[in-house]
Design a protein around this ligand. Structure first.
Ligand code: PRP
Length: 203
């Protein structure tokens, strides 16, 4: 069974769960992108690519944020909330300045362009979404946008940049997902691992 993990903290947390289950060390060596152990093949992929690996069945299961699944509208099965990497997707802007609410069209900078667009569309508010790839907080500071739609975890990045959370769009956390074909052909093995994760992780 092949498992796609998002590089970084979440991958480490998931490998720690596997360590608890199998009582063996699970760790990517040096810069290796593949780890084979105990009948599993782990892939070390970028956060945004996990859903692609799973959707195209290069991996049977994977771990990815609910925000990413929503943004990509990924055609995968969601098996379990791992309750790791908890965060919010929020509208944020300059502290004390709510003038964006009076605009006839709001300029929104975001990495989560679809979530941002859908959120304001549903409220019937015209938006121009400016797609960025990172350091989103910079946009309202230099007038590139009125507000941003971004991930808020501790809120420190907003605070350090003189911004504040204005509206919470959704809550997110890491989810265990499966390829739909894999789930039918490897159902027993996949459900077995879901059960074992539940036992040691209490999710
Ligand atoms: C995310 C997000 C915020 C920050 C929020 O960025 O885009 O910038 O984390 O975390 P905080 O509320 O705990 O400060 P990430 O580190 O993923 O980098 P990015 O700017 O490349 O998106």
């Amino acid at each position: 069974m092949t498992i796609a993990l998002p590089k970084g903290r979440i991958a480490e947390d998931v490998l720690a769960i596997f360590k608890k289950i199998f009582n063996e060390d699970f760790e990517f060596e040096n810069r290796k992108l593949i780890l084979k152990k105990a009948g599993f093949t782990f892939l070390n992929v970028r956060n945004w690519d996990v859903a692609t690996y799973v959707q195209k069945q290069a991996a049977d299961i994977g771990v990815v944020g609910y925000d990413v699944i929503t943004e990509l509208n990924a055609n995968v099965l969601e098996l379990m909330d791992l309750e790791l990497g908890k965060c919010r997707v929020s509208v944020a802007g300059i502290k004390g300045d709510d003038s964006y609410k009076q605009k006839t069209q709001i300029k929104v900078a975001s990495k989560l362009a679809n979530i941002a667009k859908n959120y304001f569309n549903k409220k019937g508010i015209p938006v121009e979404v400016i797609k960025l790839n990172g350091s989103i907080e910079l946009a309202p500071l230099v007038g590139l946008s009125d507000v941003i739609v971004d991930i808020v975890e501790t809120g420190n990045t907003l605070k350090e940049n003189g911004l504040e959370e204005k509206e919470v769009i959704m809550h997110s956390s890491a989810r265990l997902i499966a390829n739909k074909n894999s789930f039918s052909t490897k159902k027993k093995k996949i459900l077995d691992i879901v059960e074992k994760i539940g036992q040691v992780h209490g999710a």
